[in-house]
Design a protein around this ligand. Structure first.
Ligand code: UDX
Length: 430
């Protein structure tokens, strides 16, 4: 099948490279010339395990190409994916200007029947708006079929998630178009669910809002565990063994961040509000998450009193491991709080340093955890990178002024650290 993908962000690039790997001829479009130039040379602009190799292999085997020429990409394809950004507008809703621009570009250049697939996360009803825009821009000369096919990719495991999904959701009022898009996923061993466009759009928001709520729920359970002498990790394990609940997304910590959960929780509330409904539960989900982000700083203050001049080492800044993404990362609010407290902090992150500087301005970085720990009053584990779990903590402890660890992700071995003389403080643990 000849496929075009408009937008080479996380979603577009992963989808484009994976569809090419499944044997399709894929052309990826972006307006950013510099980005397209480096992609043509196999250099990918984001940190995503496995993606670089996939792009290089499919480029060299000529199934994947890149262009800034939307007209060429649209004309030469049967199925066109829209995978552009939907940033959050001031009112909490998704801003559709890039989606609608892509729809207009498709309409102006189509020349024959095209299947337009929306992969961007968009409010319920967007499918119809996209169809109307393509039709208007093409002056109604050609048949237009619109399909909603939301993505469920996690940063850090996006390629794996694409090639081994739990499910593929396809929403369309046009059964022929839905079948054509479903066929693209046929090589994958997974359930393909065909729905109305409205349901497909809703499935995306409802899934992310539910997962965010699951995280806020366990974070509140953690707060109670601290008060009553229970351990939230044991509680989550016990809850998760019930298949109706499931073990995933029950890790208490500093709350959720990233490009999707915060935005989608807001957008679904907005959709509900516009439909005359107050989504009470999601207000709680957000409120808990915003308190949770700075829990590490409250724990530091409870132990050290004033943080003025105290040396704090921050382990990790990215919103989660295996990504350089800093969007809505808890570290942003932790750094702001430490600045307010006039603490003397230093950070280490394996890949997010450059992005962190763009958001946080000037901050001190250490070359590794051992030098960050040198003379520190405390270390705070902010992001659970694997390499932080395998540290020589005896050496870390020797470098520190006082052996205090705040584990904001509950990922360190508390018994081992205590045996080494550390004071260990987790989230929802004794
Ligand atoms: C998410 C969704 O999982 C994906 O399906 C969607 O399409 C895009 O958004 P992503 O943002 O990459 O993916 O990250 P994810 O791994 O889902 O984690 C989201 C946030 O929740 C992170 O900040 C993570 O640290 C936090 N989290 C996750 C927890 O605090 N506890 C958990 O148990 C799981």
């Amino acid at each position: 099948m000849r496929i075009a993908v408009i937008g080479t962000g996380y979603v577009g690039l992963v989808a484009g490279a994976c569809f090419a790997d499944l044997g399709n001829s894929v052309i990826c479009v972006d307006i950013d010339r510099k980005k397209i130039h480096s992609l043509e040379n196999g250099v990918i602009p984001i940190y995503e395990p496995g993606l670089g190799d996939l792009v290089k292999r499919n480029l060299s085997e000529k199934r994947l190409s890149f262009t800034t020429d939307t007209a060429k990409a649209v004309k030469g394809s049967d199925i066109i994916f829209i995978a552009v950004g939907t940033p959050q507008a001031d009112d909490g809703k998704a801003d559709l200007k890039y989606v609608m621009q892509a729809a207009e570009d498709i309409g102006r250049n189509m020349g024959s029947w095209k299947i337009v697939v929306d992969k961007s996360t968009v409010p319920v009803g967007t499918s119809e708006k996209v169809r109307a825009m393509v039709e208007k821009a093409s002056k109604g000369k050609f048949r237009v079929s619109v399909v909603s096919n939301p993505e469920f990719l996690r940063e850090g495991s996006a390629v794996k998630d694409f090639l081994a999904p739990d499910r593929v959701v396809i929403g369309s009022a046009d059964p022929e178009a839905a079948r054509a898009v479903a066929d693209l996923y046929r090589p994958l061993d997974c359930e393909v669910l065909v729905t109305s466009p409205e349901s497909a759009e809703m499935i995306k928001y409802a899934s992310n809002a539910f997962l965010a709520t699951k995280i806020s729920f366990i974070n509140e359970v953690a707060a109670i565990c601290e008060k009553v002498g229970a351990d939230v990790s044991e509680v989550a394990r016990g809850m998760g063994l019930d298949r109706r609940i499931g073990r995933h997304f029950l890790n208490a910590g500093s709350g959720y961040g990233g490009s999707c959960f915060p935005k989608d929780v807001k957008a679904l509330q907005r959709t509900a509000h516009e439909a005359g409904y107050d989504f009470v539960l999601l207000r709680g989900t957000e409120m808990i998450n915003s308190m949770q982000k700075t829990i590490a700083v409250r724990k530091l203050k409870a132990e050290l009193g004033s943080l003025n001049g105290k040396k704090i080492a921050l382990l990790g800044l990215a919103f989660k491991p295996d990504t350089d993404d800093m969007r809505e990362a808890p570290s942003i609010e932790i750094v702001e709080a430490l600045r307010r407290e006039k603490a003397d902090f230093v950070a280490v992150d394996p890949v997010a340093e450059e992005n962190a500087k763009k958001i946080l301005g000037k901050i001190n970085f250490a070359k590794d955890v051992y030098s960050a720990a040198d003379g520190a009053d405390a270390i705070v584990l902010v992001t659970e990178w694997n390499e932080f779990l395998e540290l020589d903590f005896a050496r870390v402890g020797r470098a520190m002024k006082s052996k205090l660890v705040v584990d904001a992700r509950n990922c360190l071995d508390s018994a081992k650290l205590r045996a080494l003389g550390f004071k260990y403080i987790g989230v929802g643990r004794q």
